[in-house]
Design a protein around this ligand. Structure first.
Ligand code: PRP
Ligand code: MN
Ligand code: MG
Length: 180
């Protein structure tokens, strides 16, 4: 285990099983369709890779990179597009893939944007949901695990850009982020 990690919340094995389970479910939901899978960079990358390989259906992949306007103003809900989709959204069935929903601001911005662009349907799949963090009312259609209001890292989730490559989701030792 990485030395900065206090405890593992969700193991590599649990994540693997969950991806198979959710992938099978999404395969059914998109049967006969050609969804556009939208990964939200960077955090969604590992989950996107695993969940889409568990889906036995035709699909198209694209990526969005968004960031809030500076850490402090996050609660304003202002989100900046760093990289937009290459694909036209109009008439498409969108599957937005996220690693975590916390305040909900990132996703609520994206859902509004894709509605404005006239998506035919929009579904959200997230590996983790932290309902206690919510500032806007948004729900995922498919959730892997609920997590408590703790700072979690790994499997895409970072602290200062580190730990995204851990194969599990864990909690950092408080000394790493300056707490005690
Ligand atoms: C994190 C995470 C989600 C978002 C969730 O991304 O990957 O995309 O925050 O938070 P919210 O529900 O409060 O909006 P971040 O902006 O840190 O970018 P990253 O994916 O590149 O780490
Ligand atoms: Mn993210
Ligand atoms: Mg981040």
């Amino acid at each position: 285990m990485n030395n900065d990690i206090e405890k593992v919340l969700i193991s590599e094995e649990e994540i693997k099983q969950k991806c198979q389970e959710l992938g099978a479910r999404l395969t059914k939901e998109y049967e006969g369709k050609f969804p556009l899978a939208v990964g939200v960079l960077k955090g969604a990358m590992p989950f996107m890779s695993d969940i889409l390989r568990a889906m036995d259906t035709h699909l198209e992949m694209d990526f969005m990179d968004v960031s809030s306007y500076g850490g402090e103003t996050r609660s304003s809900g202002e989100v900046k597009i760093v990289k937009d989709l290459d694909t036209k959204v109009e008439g498409r069935d969108l599957l937005i893939i996220e690693d975590i929903i916390d305040s909900g601001l990132t996703l609520s911005y994206l859902v509004d944007l894709f509605k404005y662009r006239k998506a035919n349907s929009i579904k959200i799949v997230t590996l983790l949901d932290k309902p206690e963090g919510r500032k806007v009312d948004i729900k995922a259609d498919v959730v892997g695990f609920h997590v408590p209001n703790e700072f979690v890292v790994g499997y895409g989730l970072d602290y200062k850009e580190k730990y995204r490559n851990l194969p599990y989701v864990g909690v950092l030792k408080p000394k790493i982020y300056g707490g005690e």
